[in-house]
Design a protein around this ligand. Structure first.
Ligand SMILES: NC(=O)c1ccc[n+]([C@@H]2O[C@H](COP(=O)([O-])OP(=O)(O)OC[C@H]3O[C@@H](n4cnc5c(N)ncnc54)[C@H](O)[C@@H]3O)[C@@H](O)[C@H]2O)c1
Length: 270
């Protein structure tokens, strides 16, 4: 397959939660393939750092501080996108928040914060994106960053987050059907744990407890390692590119086999 099919020259890509972690890896990957990147986040100083790095790589970009869970801020963001960059081609819904709270201790405030960012925020961004793309009759792609938590329960107080991610999976399928005729492809990616700066900070601060949990997590990943942010960015690139022209409504695990592996399985040990 020619590399041209992955070329994103002339495309405008919107990435939410782009001030760091997986979002920034996606910006580097898609920007490195020729796209202009428009980054949003609640972290203004993080956005500035991202912009500096992308520009030092020769990537054209713009930034906008926008909380994905606040409707007026999302609307303002797409007004900025359309004024400065025209009708976008690709949306990567990435900004999410979690909690580690047992269900019985979860306040409505915690629930609303997690669902607000990790599900409602995806809806608001997708809606505003489509409101620009559909009238322009422009083929487009949305990639929603979900999680393996959207398809299997992970416990440890993650239930609000997992519920949001399960919602992201179904939201992906519904939008894929709703917008197929408008030529907007909608897919999702389900990472296992990812070696982001946030993950490394957690390992450092939690010390032995983090090491023990990591050992346990790795037992569920047949490939024997957590994902790198670039593994996720590569999959986003594929789903956003013309190489995936016939793919919509897919929920793609990027998890080293984690979801495929039955908890009672044996990794080939007899
Ligand atoms: N890191 C992992 O191990 C992992 C595993 C599976 C799925 N994911 C998913 O990947 C995506 C990115 O994860 P990450 O680890 O890079 O996260 P992260 O916490 O490092 O980055 C998330 C970014 O989103 C921003 N953000 C948070 N709330 C926001 C809001 N309301 N509005 C706008 N921006 C907001 C943060 O400021 C931050 O820059 C998330 O959807 C996450 O659920 C991550």
């Amino acid at each position: 397959m020619s590399a041209k099919i992955f070329d994103l020259t002339g495309k405008v890509v919107v990435v939410t939660g782009a001030a760091g972690g997986i979002g920034m890896a996606v910006c580097r990957q898609l920007g490195g393939s020729g796209a202009t990147i428009v980054l949003s986040d609640i972290d203004a100083s993080g956005l500035e750092l991202s912009k500096k790095e992308l520009e030092s790589r020769g990537i054209k970009c713009g930034t906008f501080v926008s909380n994905t869970s606040i409707e007026s801020e999302v609307i303002a963001f797409y007004q900025y996108v359309s004024k400065e960059f025209g009708v976008p081609d690709i949306l990567v819904n990435n900004a999410a928040q979690g909690t580690h709270t047992p269900p019985q201790d979860t306040s409505l405030e915690i629930w609303n914060r997690v669902i607000g960012t990790s599900l409602t925020g995806y809806f608001l961004n997708a809606r505003e994106f489509a409101r620009l793309v559909i009238p322009a009759k422009k083929p487009a792609a949305i990639v929603n960053i979900s999680s393996i938590a959207g398809s299997s329960a992970i416990g440890r107080g993650n239930f609000a987050y997992s519920t949001a991610k399960g919602g992201v999976n179904q939201f992906t399928r519904e939008l894929a059907i709703e917008w197929a005729k408008s030529k907007i492809r909608v897919n999702a990616i389900q990472p296992c744990s990812v070696n982001t700066p946030g993950w490394r900070k957690w390992v450092e601060t939690e010390g032995e407890a983090a090491k023990a949990l990591t050992t346990l997590l790795l037992r569920g990943i047949p490939m024997g390692r957590v994902a790198e942010p670039e593994d996720i960015a590569n999959a986003v690139h594929f789903l956003a590119s013309d190489a995936a022209a016939m793919i919509t409504g897919t929920i793609l695990p990027v998890d080293g086999g984690n979801l495929a592996y039955n908890a009672g399985g044996t990794l080939g040990e007899y």
